[in-house]
Design a protein around this ligand. Structure first.
Ligand code: AMP
Ligand code: MN
Ligand code: MN
Length: 347
């Protein structure tokens, strides 16, 4: 992955508790690389969420305004429900041939393989930058900035852009607002800090129309999504005296409803919202003999990232995921058993 020129940068040794083995670059070092180079590939993870897309487009628009050549790619492109994001056209152009770039930037992507086929478009990049907020991110790349206390990659980008005097305008602000809003559950989850609200206020000052953006983001769902929710609630089950709630989606049901992968983003919150539930789980059967497992926790004592890592996945303490080989029934049994080890299901 790129030429390892990381050594030429004097890396600050991060003092964050629990992650003391990880060394972060400074915003100044990253800012200098962004200014000094000309061509950029801005990438993010497969099945992109609001943080992935908002971060990609926010950074791309800022670099573009700085006069840089920017290519923005992820495996799935711009999802229809995020079609309103300014700069979306960056993600709509055809895939094209692999190219050489000065710099490739991976955003919000816990492991390199979650970049999927988007990396195939990068024939070479002299410098790989990795900006993320997943504690499980191993720190791949030449210039790494991982802040697991940031609720969204979009929040880190706001700090980077403003601290380095990079271009910011209403379009960039709208993308960063969507990135932060979606990863904090509309500024609700415990990862939301005073700084997150300060940044929210700054973004509104930059021109974000909160009512309009929130309506586009949270009140414009296709009917399919409500139909999917109805099906999912029909499969809802509880373990451990109501501490663990789950529901599942088979390929058959998904196909009958013509559901798109992005339709289920956020539906797990209906399980998390139930009184007494500590861990919520969503099982989604995938075509390749695997099951996508999505987990949410309401307690620091139930670290769902640690559980998902046992199945080859990762994420955050309170929101994590994995792709597990097996049938829906097999994976459900295995995963629920593991959760019951962590959350005492017997009392
Ligand atoms: P999701 O449940 O898909 O919304 O994902 C929740 C969190 O877990 C996100 O921050 C993801 O980046 C992370 N995550 C989901 N699936 C995986 C996976 N297969 N490997 C690593 N991290 C994942
Ligand atoms: Mn993400
Ligand atoms: Mn994120």
């Amino acid at each position: 992955m790129g030429v390892g020129i990381g050594a030429v940068f004097s890396r600050r040794f991060a003092q964050r508790s629990g992650y003391s083995n990880m060394s972060n670059a400074t915003f100044q070092e990253i800012g200098a690389v962004l200014r000094a180079n000309q061509s950029f590939a801005v990438l993010s993870h497969v099945r992109p969420d609001g943080d992935a897309l908002g971060s990609q487009l926010g950074l791309a628009l800022s670099l573009s305004k700085l006069g840089k050549k920017v290519m923005v790619r992820n495996e799935d492109g711009l999802l229809e429900k995020y079609g309103f994001l300014p700069g979306g056209a960056f993600l709509q152009t055809p895939l094209g041939e692999p190219q050489d770039f000065d710099v490739a930037v991976a955003l919000d992507t816990a492991t390199q393989n979650r970049l999927g086929t988007a990396t195939e478009l990068v024939r070479s990049a002299r410098i790989w930058i990795n900006i993320d907020h997943h504690p499980s991110n191993p720190g791949y790349g030449d210039l790494v900035y991982i802040d697991s206390t940031a609720p969204a990659t979009g929040q880190i980008l706001f700090e980077l852009i403003t601290s380095q005097g990079l271009p910011m305008d209403q379009a960039i602000a709208e993308n960063l607002f969507v990135a932060i809003s979606t990863d904090t559950g509309s500024f609700q989850y415990p990862n939301t800090t005073a700084r997150t609200f300060e940044i929210g206020a700054e973004l509104v000052r930059c021109g974000v129309d909160v009512g309009r953006v929130n309506q586009l983001l949270y009140e414009s769902y296709p009917k399919r999504r409500a139909e999917l929710l109805r099906e999912l609630l029909g499969t809802m089950r509880f373990e451990g005296h109501g501490k663990v709630a789950s529901f599942s989606l088979s390929l058959k049901t998904a196909s009958r409803l013509q559901a798109r992968p992005e339709d289920n983003e956020g539906l797990i919150d209906h399980l998390r919202a139930i009184q007494g539930v500590i861990v919520a789980v969503f099982f989604e059967e995938l075509p390749e003999g695997k099951v996508r497992v999505s987990m949410r926790s309401k307690s620091d004592a139930a670290d769902v990232c640690a559980i998902c890592q046992k199945f080859g996945g990762g994420g955050h303490k309170l929101a994590a995921g994995a792709r597990v080989r097996g049938t829906l029934a097999e994976v459900e049994e295995k995963v629920l058993k593991e959760i019951c080890h962590v959350v005492d299901c017997n009392s």
